[in-house]
Design a binder for this molecule. Structure first.
Ligand code: TXA
Ligand code: MG
Length: 323
């Protein structure tokens, strides 16, 4: 049973030592809670897959303390440098070619010649990186295929019994609540591999050009983000999207001021604010799932702009037929 510790300086030191010993630590980032391991230790990285019950090896995001630290592991191009300067530390992940001399485990790349890397902004994540003195590989800290955790309690609920997990560092609720945006550069073209915490429009403004879409790009780009292809982020209940009304056998996930009446409902943002909705999405999906008791979750339409693109991406995955 993992120990849940309030993220004090002392607890963070203990957790950093556990990472160096090859054990797992769940920790808060500004996006979601991560399940972290020493990214240079093959066995430790393998135990992430074991703890999550992942059906196969997906490539993982490596977290580092600074741009300089990232440069030890991957080769930047000019657009990637621009994006790192603008958005790090923060909720943006860059997929870049591995350096030949990086000590990173090959397992973090899952057979690809690239590494997904980011510099997190959350104080606890930064303190853990300092304490561990290692790059930290971390997927979201949930069992495979389930909704990402945005509180320490969510982590304990899903992975508390995983023997590989030494500590859960409790740093409160994640402020952004959605996973990082993942940008890759297939054939040198900046491409949105996963919509997330940083909106496409913000990235395009900084780059001064449009992002290509992974789905519209070649099969290569599609395969380059394997986590993107399946039903994912799934709650136990069925979902019905773009719902303007609520049926008798449904609970409601509402958005905005004009929510229909429902016996059981939660509102992502009564004022229609997409940032607030992103922060509430996973926690409210969990809470409604727990209350649904076999009823379907009807979800009101969310505008597909700004953070709405990432919210709609997660909702579509949650609603997709289960494989
Ligand atoms: O916000 C986040 O990104 C959180 C926190 C903990 O940092 N992490 C996270 O990791 O969401 P995970 O493993 O649940 O999602 C990683 C995503 C997947 O869509 C995966 O396919 C993609 O990043 N990815 C990782 N490495 C890649 C690579 N080398 N090439 C292409 N896509 C990659
Ligand atoms: Mg995940």
């Amino acid at each position: 049973m993992a120990e849940c510790l309030s993220a004090t300086a002392e607890a963070t030191e203990k957790a950093g030592a556990a990472i160096r010993e090859g054990r797992l630590v769940a920790f808060p980032t500004e996006t979601v809670y991560g399940l972290g391991a020493d990214a240079t230790n093959d066995a430790a990285v393998a135990s992430i897959f074991e703890a999550k019950g992942r059906p196969r090896f997906n490539p993982l995001i490596v977290h580092v303390a600074s741009v300089q630290a990232a440069e030890e592991h991957v080769v930047f191009n000019a657009d990637a440098e621009t994006l790192a300067r603008a958005f790090w530390p923060g909720g943006l992940t860059l997929v870049l070619p591995r350096r030949a001399d990086t000590p990173l485990s090959l397992l973090v790349s899952a057979g690809l010649d690239t590494v997904a890397i980011r510099v997190p902004a959350h104080e606890t994540a930064k303190a853990l990186l300092d304490a561990a003195k290692r790059p930290i590989a971390a997927p979201s800290a949930n069992p495979s295929g389930r909704v990402s955790p945005t509180t320490a309690a969510h982590v304990v609920e899903g992975l508390g019994d995983a023997p590989q997990l030494a500590y859960v560092l409790d740093g409160g609720a994640c402020p952004l609540g959605l996973e990082s945006t993942v940008i890759g550069f297939p054939e040198g073209i900046p491409t949105l591999l996963r919509p997330g915490a940083v909106a496409r429009e913000e990235i395009e403004r900084v780059l001064g050009k449009r992002l290509a879409d992974a789905n519209a790009a070649s099969g290569e780009a599609g395969r380059a983000s394997p986590g993107q292809l399946e039903s994912h982020y799934a709650p136990g209940s069925a979902l019905r999207l773009d719902a303007d009304t609520v049926e008798a056998d449904e609970v409601l996930l509402a958005f905005g001021p004009r929510a229909p009446d429902a016996e059981t409902s939660m509102n992502l943002s009564p004022s229609g604010d997409l940032k607030e909705a992103a922060a509430n999405l996973f926690a409210m999906l969990r809470a409604l799932d727990a209350k649904a008791g076999g009823r379907r979750i009807a979800v009101m339409p969310i505008p597909d702009e700004g953070l709405g693109e990432a919210i709609n991406d997660r909702l579509k995955r949650a609603a997709a037929p289960r494989g």
